[in-house]
Write a protein that binds this ligand. Structure first.
Ligand code: GDP
Length: 427
């Protein structure tokens, strides 16, 4: 494989972590290029089961360099906890296998506070934030009011910068929300603590990537969330605050000159959507409860029940298009094995007119799903490792998605474990 991005086609939680963990063996470097600790990539391998929030999913492989790129919201508190957790399970995270871009901004304690305070203020109009500080972080970044990781190495300038930010942030925390403000003493201690812990990992990752490319090293770009959460092309404002699309990967990773040759889009065999916002193919009541239970659809970060729905072909086709997916991995096909008839949303009906085109977000609330039923296979497929071993109805389901999206499904995942998948020959 050449340089490749592994991205979500839907609303996130498609199983990207699981696919990155599987594909990493063909690469030298894994880079996370956006987002922060607000989502969880679940990986099941020989070390156990892990929910990674910030660390790239290549961290379990020996000899792989993992990078947190310049557009990642580096949350020192959670990152250190994650490193410690992995260390306690025998997985070493050292400057040799983890590098943090010196241009990545730091998620400060006030970002998490402001996220919680704003959701509280919004009450029933809240966005359903994971309250990890991501939206306040990115708004500050674009206001040029964050600390870049590399600044930790320049204490004098850092303290000056920090005190300017502290005055400004305290005004908002106090006057807008009436909450407890920050002292410089606390912030200096905070910076000192995380310089001690994370300093060895922080470096010029752009230079590292340039040299790696000259040595023909292969790079895998790992996204967080999915196409429909992209801030520009997703279901705004129920998106995340960064660009989740593959075309953004080289920029957010620190190597804007690199061309991505392959984009593996991850599609879940049914739909899930966390938090608020429109979700056209949503299922309810018993039907939803059963699917949620079978699919264990509870957030890796928050534990909250995910909304579940029928596979949404309108959204999936759009996701494939905007991600520029060159091939797909279909995950959790095994979960649908209990169904005799599988619901699939093939079109939307908006104001009485059927369409297969994903609409402008304001129209999504009006959209009704047009559901068709696909024959189920009604048997356990979790041990199947070959295409021919899948029941005919399961193969039909896969081929139907391929036909609708116009993109080959190269991998079919039938279980959370690394080896539980079927690979088809590339066409
Ligand atoms: P990510 O954020 O896209 O990496 O996805 P999550 O980790 O939030 O959610 C995917 C969940 O599904 C995880 O718990 C995985 O272990 C699990 N999973 C992934 N692929 C499969 C599969 O093919 N079958 C089953 N049963 N579980 C899977």
């Amino acid at each position: 494989m050449n340089n490749c991005a592994v991205v979500g086609i839907n609303w996130g939680d498609e199983g990207k972590g699981r696919m990155v963990d599987l594909l990493t063996k063909d690469f030298d470097i894994v880079v996370r290029y956006q987002g922060g600790g607000n989502a969880g990539h679940t990986v099941v391998n020989e070390y156990g089961e892990f929910a990674l929030h910030l660390l790239p999913s290549g961290i379990f492989h020996q000899g792989i360099v993992n990078i947190l790129g310049n557009n990642v919201a580096v949350d020192p508190e959670n990152l250190c906890k994650e490193i410690d957790l992995l260390a306690s399970k025998g997985i070493s995270v050292a400057p040799e296998n983890l590098k943090i871009s010196d241009r990545a901004s730091l998620l400060m304690p006030w970002h998490r506070d402001l996220d919680c305070l704003e959701e509280l203020r919004l009450r029933d109009k809240k966005y359903g934030s994971t309250k990890q500080g991501i939206a306040p972080f990115y708004s500050d970044k674009y206001q040029k009011k964050t600390i870049q990781a590399g600044e930790l190495f320049f204490p004098e300038r850092l303290h000056e910068h920090l005190s300017e930010l502290c005055v400004w942030k305290n005004l908002i925390i106090d006057r807008v929300y009436g909450a407890e403000t920050y002292t410089m003493e606390y912030l200096k201690r905070w910076c000192h603590e995380y310089l001690e812990r994370l300093g060895p990992y922080i470096c010029d990752t752009t230079q590292f990537l340039k040299e790696s490319q000259e040595e023909n090293k292969k790079i895998l770009f790992e996204a967080q969330l999915g196409a429909l959460r992209d801030i520009d092309f997703g279901i705004y404002p129920y998106t995340t605050s960064s660009n989740t699309l593959a075309s953004y990967a080289p920029i957010g990773s620190g190597c804007p000159w690199i061309k991505i040759e392959e984009t593996v889009g991850i599609v879940k065999a049914y739909s899930t959507c966390v938090g608020e916002g429109p979700f056209v193919s949503e299922l309810f009541d018993e039907e939803a409860e059963k699917l949620r239970k079978e699919g264990k659809e509870y957030g890796a970060k928050t534990g909250r029940a995910r909304r579940v729905g029928a596979l949404d072909l309108v959204a999936t086709k759009y996701g494939v298009q905007i991600q520029g997916a060159t091939e797909l991995a279909l995950t959790k096909l095994d979960i649908l094995s209990y169904l005799e008839k599988i619901p699939v949303c093939v079109k939307y009906k908006i104001d009485g007119i059927e369409t297969d085109r994903f609409p402008f977000p304001s129209l999504l609330n009006k959209a009704e799903p047009v559901i068709e039923y696909h024959d189920g296979w009604n048997c356990d497929i979790s041990k199947v490792r070959k295409w021919d071993g899948l029941p005919e109805q399961a193969r039909d389901y896969v081929e139907m998605i391929e036909k609708e999206t116009g993109c080959q499904i190269r991998y079919i995942s039938v279980g959370p474990e690394r080896e539980a998948y079927i690979e088809r020959r590339r066409r």
